[in-house]
Design a protein around this ligand. Structure first.
Ligand SMILES: [Zn+2]
Ligand SMILES: [Zn+2]
Length: 139
């Protein structure tokens, strides 16, 4: 039986299911993924011969194709959360790891486009860590 993975967006309007194996998980530091995520890197699982089913909220999914590239990003039009997409030509399903509600099934394959990694991220290695919001902040 093929493995099943479930996910959803932040506002809960969109729910999906992926049926099939995930082959790789890439942390992509390219400029497009920085813009799309507003963060350090994209984190996407790739699944060949897998199927994507929208369980709920398919009409709320918007897909952006960056002109002249293979870069595609699907998201919920209500809350902006990243959602899976299917490449029409290759059939590969791309799944944002953070959108899954079931455990991420594989470990990170590689960090890619690290030459584009933001300079500011390097200071994160020395910054202190807190399990939750620190008491001195945001009260
Ligand atoms: Zn949403
Ligand atoms: Zn990227």
């Amino acid at each position: 039986m093929k493995p099943r993975h479930k996910g959803s967006c932040l506002c809960g309007k969109v729910h999906y299911e992926i049926t099939g194996e995930c082959q790789s998980l890439y942390l992509c530091h390219c400029h497009r993924c920085q813009k799309g995520s507003g963060s350090v890197h994209g984190a996407n699982l790739f699944a060949q011969d897998a199927s994507l089913t929208w369980i709920q909220g398919a009409a709320s999914v918007t897909t952006y194709h960056h002109p002249g590239t293979l870069h595609v990003r699907s998201f919920c039009r209500h809350c902006g959360s990243a959602l899976p997409s299917v490449d029409d030509r290759s059939g590969w399903v791309t799944v944002p790891a953070g959108s899954l509600d079931t455990p991420v099934p594989i470990s990170v394959t590689a960090k890619i486009f690290t030459a584009s990694r933001g300079e500011w991220v390097k200071s994160a290695d020395e910054a202190p860590s807190f399990d939750a919001l620190p008491q001195s902040e945001g009260q």
